[in-house]
Design a binder for this molecule. Structure first.
Ligand SMILES: Nc1ncnc2c1ncn2[C@@H]1O[C@H](COP(=O)(O)OP(=O)(O)O)[C@@H](O)[C@H]1O
Ligand SMILES: [Mg+2]
Length: 135
């Protein structure tokens, strides 16, 4: 874990962050071989938030799959307990707390998920998730 010294603290939703980190870290640990690496980096994102990176040196994701990994039920782990729901849930949760998520990957090299989060989770989206408005 590499946290840049000037990384600010953020105010956010503990349960959602827990779910987001769990999904991404579990996927990375499934993708690496014995002796592989997962590096988690945190640094400031302009003055508005933080930038988190989850970099593994696992199997990587083929270019033709890359645009589908956030779709519900897309999984290459069918028969190995994969549901294909982890990243679609993660994508929604990140946006609910006002963030963004991106992926870059190369087969045989590894995968990097980049998440940006605001200094404070957005209020309106929090309310929406509570079932008061929509969703
Ligand atoms: N770190 C990663 N390295 C390689 N492939 C990944 C990684 N994270 C996600 N994937 C790919 O994205 C697919 C969807 O992930 P996810 O939604 O968590 O579903 P599941 O893990 O249940 O298959 C996975 O099946 C896998 O093919
Ligand atoms: Mg998963």
């Amino acid at each position: 874990v590499e946290v840049a010294p000037d990384t600010p603290a953020i105010e956010s939703d503990r349960g959602k962050l827990q779910q987001i980190f769990l999904n991404i870290i579990n996927n990375a640990l499934a993708a690496v071989a014995d002796g592989g690496h997962l590096t988690i980096g945190a640094r400031p994102e302009s003055t508005q938030g933080i930038n988190l990176r989850f970099m593994d040196n696992g199997c990587g994701i083929p270019a033709e799959d890359l645009h589908r990994i956030f779709e519900p039920f897309f999984s290459t782990k069918t028969g190995q307990g994969g549901t294909g729901l982890g990243l679609s849930i993660t994508y929604n949760l990140v946006h609910e707390i006002g963030g963004t998520i991106k992926v870059a990957s190369e087969v045989g090299v590894g995968t990097c998920f980049t998440i940006t989060l605001p200094l404070r989770a957005e209020k309106a989206k929090e309310t929406a998730h509570a079932g008061i408005v929509g969703r």
